[in-house]
Write a protein that binds this ligand. Structure first.
Ligand code: 5RP
Length: 245
């Protein structure tokens, strides 16, 4: 476990070593998020919902308390379909000026709540919906906690005609972009996965990549860093409170 500059507290009731599958850990992180947001919700609350296997666990748990809030906003077509299948109301973001909370997984998270996201190619809508929310709650298994972001290749959503241009710009920033062939985002764009980037100043790099013409969005979530994260491991769920270092 790396040194991190935030308050960590373990909420497990038992310290016995039990080995859990990654799916079980994702489920535990999702349940922890429900316990955290549940008391804050009321009949007017709108919940932003992320994308991916951990977010799917969260959706299934959210369905059990759907009478306690008003509606959701989805960060992808897949999430919209899963929410709707549970009978949960899904609103268009344009009809929803304000979200109480956004809950989503991550591919990597550091001790300050900065993340890499976009392994599921939903980064652009995830960042948009997250930016409309008061609070970002990250849920993940604790293998996603890193000291410095960048071992996971950074997803960048790109307008198709700018693929080569953007790839050259990413090389000049020190990365090795690989086209995720066969993948088209919900917005009709492509993904470049950038290997070997040194991400020691996430906010700075997030802005520099956004400045490249043709880039729609990149998977560094520093401007939209998590406020709190629930990271599930074999010894329980650790709370990373990035707003209270
Ligand atoms: C999708 C994402 C996901 O949150 C991220 O890839 C983590 O996914 P999973 O919960 O399946 O591990 O950013 O674009």
């Amino acid at each position: 476990m790396p040194d991190i500059a935030v308050r960590l507290c373990t909420t497990s009731q038992t310290r016995r070593f039990i080995s859990h599958s990654q799916d079980e850990l994702k489920q535990k992180a999702a349940e922890a998020a429900i316990s955290y947001i549940g008391p804050k919700l009321d009949r007017k609350s709108i919940v932003g919902v992320g994308t991916g296997s951990t977010a799917n666990c969260f959706i299934d748990e959210l369905a059990k308390i759907q009478h306690t809030f008003d509606a959701t906003v989805a960060s992808s077509e897949a999430t919209q379909q899963r929410l709707a299948a549970h009978g949960i109301t899904v609103l268009d973001l344009n009809a929803t000026p304000h979200l109480d909370v956004y809950v989503d997984g991550a591919d990597e998270i550091d001790g300050l709540g900065n993340m890499i996201k976009g392994g599921g190619a939903a980064l652009t809508r995830e960042k948009i919906v997250a930016s409309a929310a008061n609070e970002f709650v990250c849920i993940a298994d604790d293998s996603k906690l890193v000291k410095t972001l960048g071992a996971f290749p950074l997803p960048v959503e790109v307008i198709p005609m700018a693929r080569s241009l953007v790839a050259r710009a990413l090389v000049s920033l020190g990365g090795q972009p690989i086209w995720r062939e066969g993948v088209t985002t919900d917005n009709g764009n492509i993904i470049l996965d950038v290997y070997n980037l040194k991400i020691d100043r996430p906010l700075d790099l997030e802005r520099r990549i956004n400045d490249v013409p043709g880039v729609v969005c990149n998977g560094i979530f520093a401007q939209q860093a998590a406020h709190v994260a629930f990271l599930a491991g074999d010894n329980g769920v650790t709370t990373l409170d990035a707003s209270n270092p």
